[in-house]
Ligand binder design. Sequence first.
Ligand code: NAD
Length: 491
Amino acid sequence: MDQAAFSVRPGVTSQGGSILSTKVSFLAQVNRSFDRAAVISGHDPRLLAQIRECNSVYRLTFPVKRDDGSIEVVQAWRAEHSHHKLPTKGGIRYSTMVNEDEVMALAALMTYKCAIVDVPFGGAKGGIKIDRREFSAPELERITRRYTFELVKKMFIGPGVDVPAPDYGTGPTEMAWIVDTYKSLMGGGELNGEACVTGKPIAQGGINGRLEATGRGVYFGIREACDIAEDMRDLGLSRGLEGKRVVVQGLGNVGYHAANFLQQDGAVVVGLAEFEGAIANPSGLDVQKVVAHRRETGSILGFPGATDIENSREALELECDILVPAALENQITADNAGRIQARMVAEAANGPTTADADEILAKREVAVLPDLFLNAGGVTVSYFEWLKNLSHVRFGRMEKRFDEKAHRQLLSAVEKATGTDFSDQDMSLFASGADEEDLVNSGLEETMIDAFHQVREVKKRNGGDLDMRTAAFVNSIDKIVLCYEELGIFP
Ligand code: NAD
């Protein structure tokens, strides 16, 4: 293995563009993790070089008419990192921080993420460089529809081509506009049009459980990690989630749901951070009440019983067992990594820890559950939604009643044979058939647990010294290499 082929020169992005020496680009950070794992994987360096590259990037600008009649020029991107499996898959982000480097980095992470959770997609990502708070709902609709139109023109969207989803700053409403625009442009003949995007509202072909899927997956991943007594002992923590002190940064889709599920399972949320500041209470914060307070007052600050922290970022350094960054990239850096008090960093956001910070955390023996594993619940359930759209039937619709009837017959036979009567409540509990949400959540739980153990297995196989991020990358690279080896290079 030629290590030099995979080293990124300091101060130079993999695209050759020069960057400030103090700030390594997001893509360079992702590639640095890839390079470390590539060496360990031992595969053909030329094939690894192909896997590492971003296959296609579409950069576009388009005009949008503001409500006052003026025209705004909007910049946007869609990057398809790997076509080793189609369609490619990845969210769309609305943020003023969106740029080509970020979109390519996030698309690369999607490739590795899909491989880890055995979802048969290549990785992609899209972004529109806007602050959504500065646009009205009709303006956001025009921006979203125009972006979709541009993607259709260049064949950067389609059920078998490239399938977007929500990400930072987007949600089901934007996905509804995308599916409607796509289907309108394709005419009535596109039978599988609904599968062109996931994360849609239920009535537009969405799936129950998708909204909270990423946060729920984060919870399953943390729960599984905390359930391994040996690993917890190494961190100086007790086994299980009960009583674990958690700090969450970002109370959006991912952060809110992750915090909620963790709290429901016995963890104590001692700190929450948002844009405007952070709050802390060592005895615990009620996540639902904090969200209600923020909705009412416009801020999480001033929550009864909690201490306000004006500089939101300082919340990352609060005393806790598990830190869950769930906002954006580059939050734990060489600057603050030495002051992180958590024993475990659970990366719900993409790229919250810089490569330098990663090394500092590793030296301090802080466990990191890496983004490419931990937040894969979103794409996992997006995969289920895509399957639902292609099969044109809700999961559980065909078998729910049938299963229920069969279970009741079996339970009646048990009653007869044992002479015991089940209460009506027990009967309904034992007999009930699975509906769509039950199946989605069960599939998600199975996927996250299985992926965790696959990654942990790679870590153990390498003597246990390997960090979980590198182990996750090795696991992912092995699967993508196998795909290339079996298919060969065409033509
Ligand atoms: P979101 O827009 O719903 O929420 C993000 C939240 O973070 C917002 O409430 C925002 O105010 C807050 N925030 C922004 N900057 C902050 C800061 N500096 N400090 C504290 N809070 C801050 O976005 P999301 O969908 O929850 O995505 C969050 C992260 O999770 C992103 O990195 C995204 O790529 C990743 N992710 C999302 C999904 C998904 O299904 N939505 C899937 C995988 C990964």
